[in-house]
Design a protein around this ligand. Sequence first.
Ligand SMILES: CC(C)(COP(=O)(O)OP(=O)(O)OC[C@H]1O[C@@H](n2cnc3c(N)ncnc32)[C@H](O)[C@@H]1OP(=O)(O)O)[C@@H](O)C(=O)NCCC(=O)NCCS
Length: 212
Amino acid sequence: MIDYSPLKYRVESMTTQDIDQVMEIEHEAFSAPWSARAYDYELHYNEMAHYYVARPQNGDDASAAASIVTPSSWWQRLLRRDRNVTPPSMAALPSVVGYGGFWLMVDEAHISTIAAHRDLRRRGIGELLLAAMIDRAAEIGANMVTLEARVSNLGAQSLYRKYGFQVTGRRKSYYSDNGEDALIMSTPNITTADFQRQMQELKVKLYARLSR
Ligand SMILES: CC(C)(COP(=O)(O)OP(=O)(O)OC[C@H]1O[C@@H](n2cnc3c(N)ncnc32)[C@H](O)[C@@H]1OP(=O)(O)O)[C@@H](O)C(=O)NCCC(=O)NCCS
């Protein structure tokens, strides 16, 4: 169990209330976004599904998150007649800065999605989510973690490589929006002492980077 209290962000299970904010990130992050209904299905009907969100905690990055103007918030503020109803910064504060999910299929975890808010990328949020999901997958019985990544998505591939994923296959024309191939990337056995030691080293660095 990770102690998130010293960190700028914490990872928690996704709830129905998070879906609206997840969708705002989803539409920006993916060229073929899932629908809110798909997330609702994952949360309530897919027994294999495990979904998480990253939330800002008090500190610099919570202020940064508060300054993000969501697509609707600027005009809502402009049109709001009674400006005393809600302080604008509170109205704009996103409680979700990233999210990810996986399906546990017997002893294999398949990461179905991962994304960080566009304005908060390269701050360790994606890495925190990935590390939390690998940890959680190991806790509930996974021996390995696998996922698909677009051939062109070099940033995501770099994140996965950092955590021991290697290319184990390729799906031709996997993405229907542009016919792009997917790389299948998989970890070695995540329960081995060697993998856990490498995870521990990465997490020590990550937590130092994310400490408030
Ligand atoms: C992929 C994604 C989740 C990474 O999240 P992030 O919070 O920006 O990434 P982090 O700051 O945690 O990066 C951790 C490490 O991943 C690698 N990485 C992440 N983004 C990278 C980029 N654009 N270019 C190169 N390396 C990158 C780096 O090794 C980085 O470590 P460093 O910052 O010490 O160099 C984010 O870019 C995103 O939401 N992309 C859109 C959605 C998406 O493509 N999801 C993946 C689908 S397969």
